[in-house]
Design a protein around this ligand. Structure first.
Ligand code: UFG
Length: 343
């Protein structure tokens, strides 16, 4: 049984990936400092899979603790590195926190891999590296645009650090960089899902929290963009589809199928949806109202971006399967489940 170290494994995308890894027969070790997640996520993973993965409350920035932890588990075949700070606005206020958390943890892992003879590395990157693309849908070959926030910059620099390390070729590493578009939704069981701390920054948690009454009103950031209805367009992908791509990526490296020691894939659906379309579809499929008002544009927002996922579809052999309707149903089922737990 191959063993995968998943940093940030109790987080939103991490927890869904852990479920898919376990379902596909991998042994998982989770490392997470719980800075933006809850240890109870492990109960959800166990309920779904029947397996409680090993868990270590460690900050990836702590090299010695990471070194000892990897020693303890031994024989790790691959690392999936999710652990990172991800709030765009916070990163503008606290840039050093972001550079430290996101880059030191990455460097630590890349340094520890040869020490422990780990060769395979999957990195969570983001379509944020494309900025506002000149051509849509955006392919992996589109130019990298200057980052609009320290958070975005950590993803760009992270990719460069991996590229330089791979091409130095001293340790026989292999890596797959996955550029996520906008993951939404939750596992079909509604046992795990997105659990933002405090007021959500992202659209979907704000939509579900407004629908259930935790928030009074959703603010739609701008309706004067150059899009059909004036609101911004994104490529919203079911988090379970995204999670499955990680399993495919790990397998690809373990089975020696990579074409290059470094590969980069877009993970999106290829379909762009506006903020207003998301709200309308959410209301329709869940038969619930989402009170909203149009407000000013949010600083730093990209007008429109959606993926060309052809390369991932053809080369990785992975394709997003879920409809947006099903995805929005799952997001609502998760919010309802959270409310039941509190009562
Ligand atoms: N939006 C609203 N109201 C809200 C929240 C969001 O109208 O309360 C709008 C935004 O303006 C944007 C869209 O909904 O048009 C999506 O916003 P999100 O914050 O959910 O997602 P972003 O595309 O802005 O950012 C996300 C991640 C980032 C990542 C980026 C690109 O949050 O971490 O995708 O990968 F960098």
């Amino acid at each position: 049984m191959s063993k995968v170290l998943v940093t940030g494994g109790t987080g939103y995308i991490g927890s869904h990936t852990v479920v898919e890894l376990i379902n596909e027969g991998f042994e998982v070790v989770i490392v997470d400092n719980l800075s933006n997640s809850n240890v109870e996520v492990l109960n959800g993973i166990e309920k779904i899979t029947g397996v409680r993965p090993a868990f270590e409350n460690i900050d990836c920035v702590d090299y010695v603790a990471m070194d000892n932890m990897i020693d303890k588990y031994g024989n790790i075949d691959a690392v999936i590195h999710f652990a990172a700070s991800k709030a765009v606005g916070e990163s503008v206020e606290k840039p050093l926190l972001y550079y430290r958390n996101n880059l030191v943890s990455l460097i630590n892992l890349l340094q520890l891999m040869p020490v422990h003879k780990i060769k395979h590395f999957v990195f969570s990157s983001s379509c944020t590296v494309y900025g506002q693309p000149d051509i849509l849908p955006v392919t992996e070959n589109a130019p990298i645009k200057p980052a609009l926030s320290p958070y975005g910059n950590t993803k760009q620099i992270g990719e460069e650090i991996i590229r330089d390390t791979i091409y130095a070729n001293t340790n026989n590493y292999q890596s797959i960089i996955l550029r996520y578009f906008n993951p939404i939704g939750a596992h079909v069981s509604a046992e795990i899902g997105e659990l933002p701390n405090g007021v959500p920054n992202n659209l979907l948690p704000f939509v579900t929290q407004t629908a259930i009454g935790i928030r009074k009103q959703l603010q739609v950031f701008g309706n004067d963009y150059d899009t059909p209805d004036g609101s911004c367009i994104r490529d919203y992908i079911h988090v379970v589809d995204l999670a499955k791509a990680h399993v495919v990526a790990v397998r690809r490296m373990l089975e020696g199928k990579s074409k290059d020691s470094l590969e980069v894939f877009n993970l999106g659906t290829g379909r762009g949806l506006s903020v207003l379309e998301i709200i309308k579809t959410f209301e329709e499929v869940n038969q619930v109202k989402v009170p909203y008002k149009i407000v000013n544009r949010r600083e730093g927002d990209i007008e429109k971006v959606w993926a060309d996922p052809t390369y991932a579809n053809e080369v990785l052999g992975w394709k997003a399967q879920e409809t947006v309707e099903e995805t929005l149903r799952s997001a609502w089922a998760w919010e309802l489940n959270l409310a039941n737990r509190k009562n």
